[in-house]
Design a protein around this ligand. Structure first.
Ligand SMILES: Cc1cc2nc3c(=O)[nH]c(=O)nc-3n(C[C@H](O)[C@H](O)[C@H](O)COP(=O)(O)O)c2cc1C
Length: 200
């Protein structure tokens, strides 16, 4: 790091700093050359997450497995999920005011695989394969026996590159206490006992 002078400024900027200022795009270009989508997925996969199923009802019912879920704010109560612009879910979400998020329990790996499988039927038929119940507030389908369920009103959408960051305002929430299903390094895992070791 460049040492600060007594007045706190950084007069002796090194060559690297100068390059960085002159050509910030060069770092982006070098990064993009080094990391293709596969390499990036491996990098991002280092971050262990829970697994959710994002759902909407109404005229275009749909469900999609998502691990980009995150809590955002307590006041107002907000959550977010990032959805690929090419996903069927993306168009479905733009078409509806409400959506649901079911946080999957450790024994619901099959549900996660089902809603990540592009060959599943569209519309309400895709829910025939699982146990579900309508949300008490919005009627959106929620996965039965999930670890937690949230019903949301679509609040804002933000540009997230090839994804859109959908932020939802909570309308209802409930939770149970089984173990969580975990996703790490491209595999579903359980906190206990040992990882399932079944590659996706
Ligand atoms: C564990 C896991 C997490 C996923 N998380 C997301 C996610 O956060 N956002 C997303 O757009 N796709 C995510 N996907 C991919 C979608 O579930 C998958 O592409 C799905 O088939 C898209 O469905 P749709 O196009 O019918 O809406 C995830 C897949 C898996 C297995």
């Amino acid at each position: 790091m460049t040492p600060a002078s007594p007045d706190g400024s950084f007069p002796e900027r090194n060559r690297r700093d100068a390059e960085r200022d002159a050509e910030p795009d060069a770092f982006e270009a070098r990064f993009d050359e080094r990391y293709d989508a596969k390499a990036l997925r491996r990098m991002f996969g280092a971050f262990a997450t829970g697994v959710t199923v994002l759902t909407c009802g109404g005229a275009r019912p749909h469900g999609m497995t998502a691990n980009s879920f995150s809590s955002v704010s307590l006041d107002p109560p907000l959550v977010l999920v990032c959805v690929d612009r090419d996903a069927v879910m993306h168009a479905a979400l733009l078409d509806t005011e409400f959506f649901g998020v079911s946080v999957l329990a450790a024994d619901q790996e099959k549900v996660a695989r089902h809603f990540a499988d592009r060959r599943r039927p569209l519309g309400m038929a895709q829910f025939d394969a699982i146990d579900w119940e309508p949300g008490e507030c919005t009627g959106v389908p929620l996965v039965a026996d999930a670890l937690a369920s949230f019903e949301c009103r679509r609040w804002r959408g933000y540009d997230g590159g090839d994804h859109t960051i959908f932020v939802g305002r909570l309308l209802a929430a409930s939770r149970r206490d089984p173990d969580a299903l975990v996703f790490h390094d491209g595999r579903f895992r359980r906190l206990s006992p040992e990882p399932t070791q079944v590659p996706l």
